[in-house]
Design a protein around this ligand. Structure first.
Ligand code: PLP
Length: 394
């Protein structure tokens, strides 16, 4: 991977023709260190957020040893790169062949379930193994999250006790896990979810639970979303842990995706045409900007003019179209850029380390992309990087 001090240096030297991902190794380490130093338990990285090999190895080198995987390709990817990593298969619905291959070919012992049927599948497909860690996925309110994940997975609290008892019979270690929804804006969500866990555990005092896993949902910074400090999430979670029966004898896990990697990548795109307040750029919803189109996410942006001189023009709201022929390749923003932005200018879009490149498709042939490493700080940061700056344009 080539190295540059700043994205501007790359643009001026190379004027790239395809979108370029700017990877910031220091941001990745800062995020990993925050979690490993502050979370009172195991930190599992949710691989789906960004499976790039440089992200996985970067996190491992920064101290993350545990990985939440959701498919056999994710299992194979992490096993191949990081043979010593601990993998937990946290998808609550898996095919029989995926369970067999994870267990027998890759040594995975930790599996999530949210139904009796899935529990039976895991038990059967692992040959009634006596070495299983089984985690029951509980449905909890996702009301404080910008991207609710409820509905698809999770057992309702009133049915959890029976499934925990069934899981206890099959498991060497039994756990309970939940997800408060991605980009959760209120730490209270974790207190509420942990209170539900406490209530369930109090109702089955003879069923010992070894692990409580608070899942992901930790937020990142976006122009119209300023969450509380991560320290407030830590405090809320610790408060919830303190109220759990036998909390002192329980192992705690979390599974951050977004918060660990969002800041670690931005993408440089080029303006190929301007029509009033609409910019046609060379990346879009079939590329790294799925969430900007389909979920209306706004990302921090900054103009990079490829010629010396830059611009002093005031900022004005713009909308983006991506490079494909599809009109849903549209990102409403608004994205604040200098009013004299023109064809040939470049735009750096920040906070795309999570759920960015991983969503890229080959539709219309626009899948070419390149990755470089940059030393510059991210456009916005939840972490106290020594040289972190306020975002240039938010
Ligand atoms: C089981 C599980 N764990 C963790 C995550 C990561 O969530 P986030 O990126 O909000 O931290 C997800 C995201 O979908 C998930 O499904």
């Amino acid at each position: 991977m080539d190295n540059y001090d700043t994205p501007d240096e790359l643009v001026r030297q190379r004027r790239p023709d395809i979108p370029v991902t700017c990877f910031r190794p220091e941001s990745l380490s800062a995020a990993a260190k925050w979690f490993t130093q502050n979370f009172p338990g195991k930190v599992l990285y949710a691989v789906k957020a960004n499976p790039a090999p440089y992200v996985l190895t970067g996190l491992f080198h920064a101290g993350i040893r545990h990985f939440d995987v959701a498919s056999i390709p994710e299992v194979e990817l992490v096993r191949g790169l990081l043979p010593k990593a601990h993998l937990a298969f946290m998808h609550p619905v898996k095919s029989r062949s995926a369970i067999e291959r994870a267990y027998f070919d890759h040594g995975v012992r930790d599996f999530a379930f949210d139904s009796l049927e899935e529990l039976e599948k895991i038990v059967t497909c692992t040959g009634k193994s006596k070495d299983l860690t089984l985690l029951l996925r509980l449905a909890v309110p996702n009301t404080a999250s910008e991207l609710p994940l409820s509905g698809k997975f999770g057992v309702l609290p009133e049915k959890a006790a029976a499934l925990l008892k069934a899981g206890r019979k099959a498991a060497k270690r039994l756990g309970i896990t939940f997800h408060v929804g991605s980009q959760t804006m209120d730490p209270q969500a974790y207190i509420t979810a942990l209170a539900l866990v406490a209530e369930i555990l109090q109702s089955i005092p003879r069923t010992k639970v070894d692990i409580v896993d608070v899942g992901g949902g930790f937020p990142s910074l976006y122009p119209d979303m300023s969450p509380p400090a991560l320290a407030d999430y830590k405090a809320a979670i610790e408060q919830g842990f303190d109220r759990l029966p036998h909390g002192d004898r329980t192992e705690f896990w979390c599974e951050p995706g977004r918060a660990l990697v969002a800041e670690s990548c931005s993408v440089i795109t080029r303006v190929d045409l301007r029509k009033n307040d609409v910019l046609y750029i060379n990346d879009g919803t079939y590329g790294s900007l799925f969430d900007a189109g389909h979920l209306g996410f706004r990302y921090p942006v900054r103009l990079i003019r490829p010629v010396p001189g830059g611009t002093e023009a005031r900022l004005k709201p713009f909308r983006f179209y991506g490079p494909t022929c599809d009109s849903i390749d549209y990102m409403p923003g608004p994205f604040m850029l200098p009013e004299d932005v023109r064809e040939g200018d470049y735009i750096e879009i920040g906070q795309l380390g999570a759920y960015g490149n991983t969503m890229r498709t080959a539709f219309n042939g626009f899948d070419a992309t390149e990755t470089v490493a940059v030393a510059a700080p991210p456009l916005a940061s939840m972490y106290e990087l020594e040289d972190a700056k306020e975002p240039a344009t938010v």
